[in-house]
Design a protein around this ligand. Sequence first.
Ligand SMILES: [Zn+2]
Length: 732
Amino acid sequence: MERTSNEPNDPAISLWRDNVNLTRRSFVALSAAAAAASALEAKILGQQTHEDGVPWHQKIRRAGQVNITEHDPAVLNVTEWADYFASLKCDVVFASVTGIVAFYPSKVPFHRPSPYLNGRDFTGELVAAAKKRNMHVIARFSPDLNWGDAVEAHPEWFRRDEEGRAVPAEEEPLLYHTCLFTTYMTEHIPAIMREVNSRYEIDGIFTNAWPYIGQLPPCYCDVCRTLPAFGSVAYWDKYTERIVELWKLWDGIAKEKSPNNLYFGNMGGSIESGPNMMALKGVAQWYNCDNQGRGGEAAPIWGCTLQGRVCDAILDGHTATNVTASYCTGKPRWRNIHKSTQEAQMWMNETVASGMVPWYHFVGAEEGLGADRRWHEPGREFFDWLAQHDAHFTNKQTIADVAVVMGQRTQRFYRSAELGDPMMNIHGIYYALLEGRFLFDFLHEEDLVTDKVKKYKTLILPNLALLSDAECAAIAAFAQNGGSVMASFETSLFDEKNRRRSDFGLAELFGVHVAGERRTRIGNGFMGRIERRDHPLLAGFDDTDWLPGAQFLLPLKPVADPVMTVIPPFVNYPPELAFPKVEKTDMPDLIAKENGSSRLVYFAGDIERTSWQSGNTDLSRLLRNAITWVTHGEAPVKVEGTGLVESFAWETQAGFAVHVLNYTNPAAFKGYIREFYPIGEQRVTMAIPDGRKVSRVQLLRAGRDVQFDANSGTLRFTIPTVLDYEVAAVYA
Ligand SMILES: [Zn+2]
């Protein structure tokens, strides 16, 4: 047994020795994934640029940006700007070039200079000031808009409506939207990029507002009229092809300057991202998430970690940055006013907890560096703290053996007015996973057929409607090899082209067969009648025979031994009629099967979406019970205690790190956070792989060590309290 403590007399520190059911098997998978990590290293070595073989852009820890306005050349204090970001220990800052307004005397036609330049080379001054302070500089472009005179001279560059009219910007009618399928992107923007390459010692090129986040708006220009129908799978394929083509073109231009330079785009939108993210594998070395924060709308606080999980799923360890707006996001916006410091801080906490690099952002620099200077100090404090602990934020891989298959195609194409926003489904399962304190990853559905799936012991398919035959076969093979699978509703009912199958693609695996079309009823939802009272899926439901079902149900043919059967829905009002008209059905509502270590659960209703929409706690409990059962109650890391938290565990450069984000806050589901409320003891249990010896556990936010107990491969320690965020750094 090893023990250590720097504060042995602290009564708040206690060792925790309860029996925790936890497994070390996950670390076998962990070693397999380590092989994938060294493959990445080898790939990066192939483009060696630094003494340690890792290019500079794969090592950045902090990014800073003032988004330059047209007026800033008249008011921004360049020295103050550069000193500020140097004080944040930023590796990289952004100098605006743009495309809408030129911040230098450009010779490219239709690259209109800011009227406040007065002959200055503002871009050049920013680049020089940042370089003098040893920061990398990225040239920021905005290829999405240009002015009316360009529409006259180059009508072919612009997005058109159905009547063929150029489409003006939403807020500024003198500006018009360009179209990404036109020569604006292959001739005009490259001309500016090459001009900037020739003038400045930049390290890379970034395009704002491109690719589009979420659905690309329809365009009826001459090129777009030749493309497949807007919104079709075939159109999406063309769109993705174009993104990859332009990404490669612009990255090639960046590398004309130096092989160490790169191009990267502005993405985000988490699962709703524009192109097929898998197509950018091997192309994108840096993925920026334009995911700047919440406003006052009803939105869960985990919007940033959700994005981080997507990046971890698709990037194979390459750089992902996430922008935190320090200005007021939401509706209306205030671009020049600092938002709640606590809200911005939680967004940065989430950024680093989920493995991304923070990018601190403000718009406009009136009076030198903003008339509202309240944004300066929060960024400096957070980045300064981060800079003290880089080794603990330099991640190798997550420690998790549960994967939620994220379904980019489902998100994009499985849409109907009655089911509403497909993100409700994701938030429903996400909330249950957090309430149950499960550690999990996202897995892109196209990775089901790759070795990536070998890291996991459990797959969760939350109404994952679109799956190819090959993906279905991979899921079946996963279960055959002892893996557990949990699914719901119309999972696998559609193929990858969004064509409905006559039966589930996973019918054989779950032993379920479709018996009709999706059903619902306004008023009461479906209910489930308990048939197997002793089943662990029903733990905690002792004093009831009925449970809520879901709003929508897919009728299934009868099966042997269902855990629950369907009680059909009925009238909500008048209450005189609010009772089931049918006493008993043989239609399955919940099915559980076991085959060796492989456990299978299938919900016939859209339980995740209904759980989110209704806020029903029974539904969330059913989901948690199901995840507990399919995982055999085992996990490589457990964080136990009270409060709504999100946890991550990483293998890091220094050993391991366990991150705990405290969402126990009245603003968890509607911004902004106004104040943080501390939670009590969080007990951590973690399997330590053979050959690793724990020498120290340090709480990076509290700034002190804690005692730990590392016995026969299991590490135990207690985090006494968490205000907004804590990181337990495990030296091993
Ligand atoms: Zn077009």
